[in-house]
Design a protein around this ligand. Structure first.
Ligand SMILES: Cc1cc2nc3c(=O)[nH]c(=O)nc-3n(C[C@H](O)[C@H](O)[C@H](O)COP(=O)(O)OP(=O)(O)OC[C@H]3O[C@@H](n4cnc5c(N)ncnc54)[C@H](O)[C@@H]3O)c2cc1C
Length: 475
């Protein structure tokens, strides 16, 4: 009997039917990544409902030498949560571990399981008048465990930091099935190494995050959301700097997108409304928040905005007058990935550069790419205030993505090199997964890669936890 068959027999004997699925049809919805680029079979999909069950499953996998792919909401954009080719693997989906274990409005903390959907965590915090500040366009599907494993960023990093900044403690099932209970809820704890940092952003290669203690913040009592139409990335940067200088940490978001991204949203997402009568080359979406319900945010910004309009740094501007209008403006930015998927997808990149370099980098990429992939359409958008741009290269009209992928190597090499030469990174918030393993090998120093491998060897000596993700298997 082969190893997979023996494993499946032992699985069926050891766990209740609700704790796994072997059915080929059911497995399909766990095997393909969000972008539809990778779709490899898993031996089984395991569906634990408690930390102890996760630990028992991991021990069973270790006993049979079965590799594990931890899976959250499967919204990752680098195919980290789905199997790799030619390798017997099981997926451990965390979707049944979705309890909020506790919430403390004095300590301002919440203990939540790895499979809690991000939006549910935000809602639980809001129910006690607190803010859980991580916010992404995928928040209706992605899990807390997935956002920790990827150190997710999103639209409010500017003010509140990425997921790493929200985590105070973790509970993790290690590759040998041991449970590490590190669910501390302290802001200060210098007792030896801060082990939770190892697991944050490790993309499931050191263990399965079953629960976390996260910090909560006071909830802003008023917000001001504005969309500015601009001619160039330079003007976007100038607007950002002016608003940030005036508002400091009250500026919670500063997002950039171009007319191409806006057109995709208007054409493909129902109920999206054009914000201006005419089209402009680019847009900046800014949001300012205050804990003071009587703060006059518009009054504070008005003189400076008037000056920017007067000297034509900003060509036109809308200010949301209601929550409905605010959400409508956000839809124009947050709907871009979904709209891009609707037109067939793109070669996607997620770079970060020093904020001051953004205009030059956008110019260099825009000018250079047409030589690399003639006829391509560039869809650049992202978190301008964090220096983080999603540089998506859409095939020419009428060309399928599968056909356009023949340009992937040249396109990727050009964009990554441009970002790195500007002192930036080729992956700002999406991570490495299985799509960027070669880039990691190329751009991180040998000493860094050796350190990463040493840590992997120590925690997961047989490399059975999410093999082929982040680090190259060939060693
Ligand atoms: C429309 C859209 C918008 C997005 N916007 C943003 C954005 O603004 N900022 C951003 O950072 N990302 C963004 N993303 C990417 C994605 O949503 C994030 O990476 C998110 O954190 C992934 O969470 P997930 O639960 O879906 O994880 P998955 O996709 O399921 O998994 C991601 C990685 O984490 C590992 N993993 C998952 N759960 C666990 C666990 N419990 N324990 C250990 N490892 C685990 C997986 O093995 C995999 O390597 C976006 C994606 C989409 C589709």
């Amino acid at each position: 009997m082969d190893r997979s068959r023996e494993f499946v027999d032992a699985l069926v004997q050891s766990f209740a039917p609700a704790a796994y699925t072997l059915d080929e049809q059911d497995r399909r919805s766990y095997e393909a990544d969000w972008r539809g680029l990778i779709d490899e079979p898993a031996v089984a999909v395991l569906l634990p409902s408690s930390t102890v069950e996760v630990a028992e499953m991991v021990k069973l996998c270790a006993r049979f030498g079965m590799a594990i792919v931890p899976q959250g909401g499967r919204t990752g954009l680098v195919a980290g949560a789905v199997p790799i080719k030619a390798f017997a693997q099981v997926i451990i989906s965390m979707r049944r571990m979705s309890k909020i274990r506790g919430i403390d409005s004095v300590n301002n903390t919440m203990v939540i399981e790895g499979g809690v959907i991000l939006q549910s965590a935000q809602e639980a915090a809001a129910a006690i008048d607190r803010l859980f500040p991580l916010s992404l366009a995928s928040e209706g599907s992605c899990h807390i465990g997935g956002t920790i494993a990827t150190n997710a960023g999103g639209i409010q990093v500017l003010s509140y930091g990425s997921m790493r900044h929200q985590v105070l403690g973790l509970e993790v099932v290690l590759p040998d099935g041991q449970i590490w209970d590190g669910l501390r809820s302290l802001r200060k704890d210098n007792t030896g190494l801060d082990l939770k940092q190892l697991f944050i952003g490790s993309e499931g290669m050191f263990g399965i995050i079953t629960a976390a203690t996260v910090r909560l913040l006071p909830r802003p009592k008023c917000t001001l959301t504005m969309l500015a139409a601009i001619d160039s990335a330079g003007q976007a940067l100038e607007t950002f700097v002016k608003v940030q200088n005036l508002c400091g940490a009250d500026l919670t978001s500063c997002e950039y997108f171009t007319s191409g991204g806006l057109e995709m949203v208007l054409d493909h997402l129902p109920d999206s409304v054009a914000p201006f009568r005419e089209s402009y080359p680019a847009y900046v979406l800014l949001e300012v928040a205050s804990l003071d319900s009587s703060a006059d945010l518009l009054g504070r910004l008005e003189p400076m905005l008037a000056e920017l309009l007067e000297n034509e740094t900003i060509k036109d501007m809308v200010v949301a007058q209601s929550e409905v209008q605010r959400l409508a403006l956000w839809k124009l930015r947050e709907g871009i990935s979904e709209a891009e998927r609707a037109i067939g997808g793109a070669i996607k990149h997620d770079i970060a550069v020093p904020i001051s370099c953004i205009p030059d980098v956008i110019t260099k990429i825009s000018e250079g790419l047409h030589g690399v992939a003639p006829g391509c359409r560039l869809n650049i958008f992202g978190h301008l205030g964090d220096g983080n741009l999603h540089v998506n290269v859409v095939p020419p009209q009428g060309v399928a993505l599968s056909e356009f992928y023949s340009h992937d190597r040249c396109v990727t090499s050009y964009i990554e090199r441009t970002a790195v030469e500007a002192g930036g990174t080729f992956s700002a918030e999406h991570g490495i997964g299985q799509l960027r393993v070669d880039s990691l090998e190329k751009y991180r120093a040998p000493v860094e890669l050796a350190l990463m491998r040493t840590i992997k060897d120590a925690i997961d000596p047989t490399w059975m936890m999410n093999p082929g993700k982040v680090l190259n298997l060939a060693r």
